[in-house]
Design a protein around this ligand. Structure first.
Ligand code: ADP
Ligand code: ZN
Length: 428
């Protein structure tokens, strides 16, 4: 059940002591980088000042902008000791670059292996990695983790839908790593090929890299006949393997022996109580080449209160509700795209794809939500479609407090992405 029993079930008190010890060591390492040497000095923080958890708030935050502008000044070891670099996918703005030593790559692989083992992946499983390889951390991160675990790994990468299905059939794939929106999209290829994914030996899916709702997970599990586990990570903190769901499927355990987790109110910077949504702030506790301290991820989530029945002592993070920077302001109202997804995906008539378009007319914000409708419902009469449109509009209005214009479109007519889904187009 556990790959690393010593650490996964460590009593909280011991785990927190280990964190402090590793944090002091990380500060010592970070002091070798020109960027942190200066930052820590300015803040008057030295490793020996960190004695209790409360002392952590003395360490300055690191922002995405620091990584962009400072680049190699964050390296704590000579460039010649780095064996790999990755860059974030650049969802928001210019990409940031992360460097890894050989030891960092090994630690990372260990964490991804631990994560997948937790869900039940074992040697003997056939793992099809459908995430983009290359600069994006999702592909190689899982690849190394799966090999470390001992699963037979198919490094197919993203896209090429027909080939994905053929590979699953040919090699009897039992586990996949896939972006949730692409998992839904791939169902049309299965349909087209006349293959029922439920007839394949698939039993596990690792879904992540983008926010998604519980209903999306359920749709994937039902359509493929497997268990799907949420996987969270970001390139700034290695990549995947920061937090992962256990078989309880109720929050993602953050590997607290390797990451220091804080959830804060992004305005007041005060810690958020368990169950309260705030910005996730993460610190590397074991990275050697380029450790990052108190990174403001801009991801919004909460700590799941209480302990997990699985026996792991590491705290759990809720689903990511969105990013502080993907909040839309429409007619003065704050809206997160995930709220829209939650409403739409709870409706059985709605297909798996939608698009939000924002425009401005006469100084007024207009919000148009284009929704793909399941074929069977689209064949109904016009009166039916009108009433469905009304129903969706009303549901969105009660969630968002803004009345959108809802357009119903035929399935498979909205643009698709093989990477992270693009759900909002802001033309204002
Ligand atoms: P970019 O910031 O350019 O997208 P990354 O590829 O490093 O670069 O993506 C990390 C981000 O992806 C996270 O900060 C988060 O916003 C999102 N993300 C990753 N995993 C999940 C997940 N399981 N649920 C929701 N969002 C996720
Ligand atoms: Zn658990």
């Amino acid at each position: 059940m556990y790959l690393d029993n010593t650490h996964e079930t460590m009593p909280r008190a011991d785990l927190e002591l280990l964190q402090l010890e590793r944090l002091r060591e990380t500060l010592r390492v970070a002091q070798n980088s020109p960027f942190y040497r200066e930052r820590l000095q300015q803040a008057g923080v030295a490793p020996e000042n960190i004695r209790r958890h409360a002392d952590i708030s003395r360490i300055p935050f690191t922002y995405k902008e620091d990584l962009r502008s400072q680049g190699q000044a964050l390296l704590a070891r000579p460039l010649s000791e780095m064996v790999r670099l990755h860059a974030s996918s650049g969802t928001t703005g210019q990409a940031t670059v992360i460097y890894y030593t050989r030891e960092d790559i090994e630690t990372w692989a260990e964490l991804v292996a631990r994560s997948m083992y937790m869900t039940g992946l074992r040697p003997g499983d056939v793992f099809q990695n459908m995430m983009g390889y290359g600069l994006f951390t999702g592909g190689l991160g899982f690849h190394y983790g799966a090999e470390r675990l001992g699963a037979l790994t198919i490094p197919v990468g993203a896209g090429n839908s027909q080939r994905q299905v053929q590979l699953m059939q040919q090699f009897c794939t039992t586990a996949v790593h896939i972006i949730p929106s692409y998992a839904l999209y791939l169902l049309t290829t299965f349909e087209h090929l006349g293959v029922d994914p439920r007839d394949l030996p698939l039993r596990l899916a690792f879904i992540g890299a983008e926010p998604h709702t519980e209903d999306v997970r359920r749709r994937i599990e039902e359509a493929y006949g497997l268990k799907a586990f949420n996987s969270y990570g970001l390139s700034e903190l290695n990549g995947p393997g920061v937090a992962f769901e256990c078989p309880e499927q109720n929050g993602m355990h953050v590997w607290e022996d390797h990451f220091l987790l804080e959830v804060i109110d992004p305005q007041t910077l005060e810690p958020a109580a368990p169950g309260e949504v705030g910005e996730v702030v993460l610190t590397n506790l074991s990275r050697r080449g380029m450790p990052i301290l108190r990174y403001r991820t801009r991801d919004l989530a909460s700590v799941v209160p209480g302990s997990c029945p699985c026996g792991r002592s590491h705290r759990r993070l809720s689903r990511i509700q969105g990013r502080t920077d993907d909040m839309l302001i429409v007619k003065g109202v704050n809206i997160f795209p995930m709220q829209i997804e939650r409403v739409l995906m709870a409706m059985p008539e709605v297909e798996t794809n939608y698009l939000v378009e924002l425009t401005r007319e006469n100084f007024n914000d207009l919000m148009c939500v284009k929704v793909e409708v399941q074929q069977e419902f689209f064949q109904e009469d016009l009166k039916y479609l009108k009433s469905l449109q009304k129903k969706i509009t009303a549901a969105l209005k009660s969630e968002l407090l803004v009345t959108p214009r809802v357009e119903l479109v035929e399935p498979q007519t909205l643009p698709r992405s093989e990477g992270k889904a693009l759900r909002v187009v802001d033309r204002r």
